[in-house]
Design a protein around this ligand. Structure first.
Ligand SMILES: [Zn+2]
Length: 227
């Protein structure tokens, strides 16, 4: 104990503030991770995922389709109440690279209009369907494009244990993990994934929080042109 105290006072030394500030600035970048769920909401699966997030007190990001908002308003309100972020995944899940600039704008604006109707505000981030974008897409969309670093392929029905061990094995600092709130196996896997990643020392943030922490050093984030 005495040795530890001595070591501590040596570390703090004459520049204690500097040591602490460096630790505070470095530590979070090592541990933050973002779970993302695309293509919903689907009442049963999305609600189950929200139950698991709520149980563990963690947040995630849902890239919602504008076309799926009507009739599922309560799910969006619950996401926001739990501290989750709602991102724009276009209205119709279109491949944006195949659309005109006017059509791209409409996909994003119509979805944000649905979010505004329910939440009172639009989304701060966009995930292009299939992760597909080009110069034309980037010139039209004034929001950060959020891709991913870990693809779980969970839109195919998968065994929950297999999915959980894949995610737990591949997660690393700054990971943006792509999942879908579509298959029950994904929701079932969350009950294993979240405690295991907490145990490994990760902390869950929304993609906008990850963007604020890591900026463009995250490979999965493409900032808007000129912004
Ligand atoms: Zn999608």
């Amino acid at each position: 104990m005495l040795a530890l105290l001595t070591l501590f006072s040596v570390l703090l030394g004459s520049n204690g503030e500097g040591v602490q500030a460096a630790a505070a600035a470095d530590a979070p970048q090592e541990t933050y991770i973002a779970l993302t769920f695309d293509d919903g909401p689907y009442p049963k699966v999305t609600a189950h995922i929200l139950d698991v997030l709520e149980k563990h007190g963690v947040s995630a990001t849902f890239f919602v389709l504008g076309s799926r908002v009507a009739g599922r308003e309560e799910l969006l309100l619950r996401m926001e109440a739990l501290g989750c972020e709602i991102g724009n995944h276009t209205f119709s899940h279109a491949d944006l690279t195949s659309l005109s600039k006017e059509q791209i704008e409409k996909e994003i604006a119509d979805t944000n209009a649905e979010f505004k109707r329910v939440l009172g505000h639009g989304a701060a981030v966009v995930r292009p369907p299939y992760g597909r974008y080009n110069d034309s897409v980037r010139s039209v969309i004034a929001y950060p494009l959020i891709l991913w670093t870990v693809d779980t392929n969970d839109w195919r029905p998968r065994n929950a244990e297999e999915l959980a061990s894949a995610v737990i094995g591949e997660a690393e600092a700054g990971s943006v993990i792509l999942m879908h709130d579509q298959q029950e196996s994904t929701a079932a896997a969350m009950d294993a994934i979240i405690p295991a990643l907490i145990e490994k020392g990760f902390r869950f943030v929304t993609v906008s929080e990850l963007l604020a922490i890591r900026g463009e050093s995250c490979n999965a984030i493409k900032m808007p042109e000129g912004g």
